[in-house]
Design a protein around this ligand. Structure first.
Ligand code: 5RP
Length: 223
């Protein structure tokens, strides 16, 4: 099976977590796009979605799924999203698609985080994938130096020749060279640095379940 087929498989499998009549938290990325496409098949049975990015909002709306603003809803049953890395405890690196801040917000608003990923995303220890960090632009240089103290190398993410600008009007640093053996401690530490909007380590908002696409079918990991 190709990686794309594995993504389709887990995108469809995630439908089992969607309750009739509910508003669904929807993440961002190529795997979530498969979930959105599958969700369109049951759009008559759900109230709608809260989206974690402008890109997902556009896709949901194009398929006729109503998108609520996060401020219109108290709590969501489930949040369904992909990951760049996930470990055996459900801790993740996210933000490869630059949507990490809104992803963490919608995840925090949801009772259950269902991660959907192909099996290449499962790791023993987080850190091989560069850790995305959304920052206030004027703090980027200082935050990069703080990562250097931890042994990391921070690079400003570009779109073409210009810094990439997130849905929130901020920049992204991608940090390589880190081995994150204590995701919760790492997230807590980096969260305290002035100018950090969101660090792409999801330990406080970790996954409760991961649907992992493998050639033999979907494996369900429960954390
Ligand atoms: C976007 C994300 C995505 O969930 C992550 O990058 C995985 O994406 P994909 O499903 O395309 O591999 O965090 O900010």
């Amino acid at each position: 099976m190709t990686q794309d087929e594995l993504k389709t498989l887990v995108g469809q499998a995630a439908l089992q977590y969607v309750k009739a009549g509910s508003i669904v938290g929807v993440g961002t990325g190529s795997t979530v796009n498969k979930f959105i496409d599958a969700l369109a098949g049951m759009k008559g049975q759900i109230a709608g979605a809260v989206s974690s990015s402008l890109a997902s909002t556009e896709r949901l709306q194009a398929l006729g799924i109503k998108v609520f603003d996060a401020t219109e809803v108290d709590e969501l049953d489930v949040y369904i999203d992909g990951a760049d890395e996930i470990d055996h405890a459900g801790f993740m690196i996210k933000g490869g698609g630059a949507a990490l801040t809104r992803e963490k917000i919608v995840a925090a608003q949801s009772r259950q985080f269902i991660c959907i990923a192909d099996e290449s995303k499962l790791v023993q220890t987080l850190g091989k994938f560069p850790v995305p960090v959304e920052v206030i632009p004027m703090a980027a240089r200082r935050i990069a130096r703080q990562f250097a103290v931890l042994g990391g190398t921070a690079t400003l993410r570009l779109k073409g020749a210009q810094p990439l600008v997130t849905d929130n009007g901020q920049h992204i640093l991608d940090v390589t060279g880190l081995t994150i053996s204590d995701p919760l401690g790492f997230e807590t530490q980096v969260n305290q640095w002035p100018g950090v909007v969101t660090v792409g380590v999801f330990a406080l908002q970790k996954a409760h379940v991961c649907l992992l696409g493998a050639p033999g079918g979907v494996k369900t990991l429960v954390f």
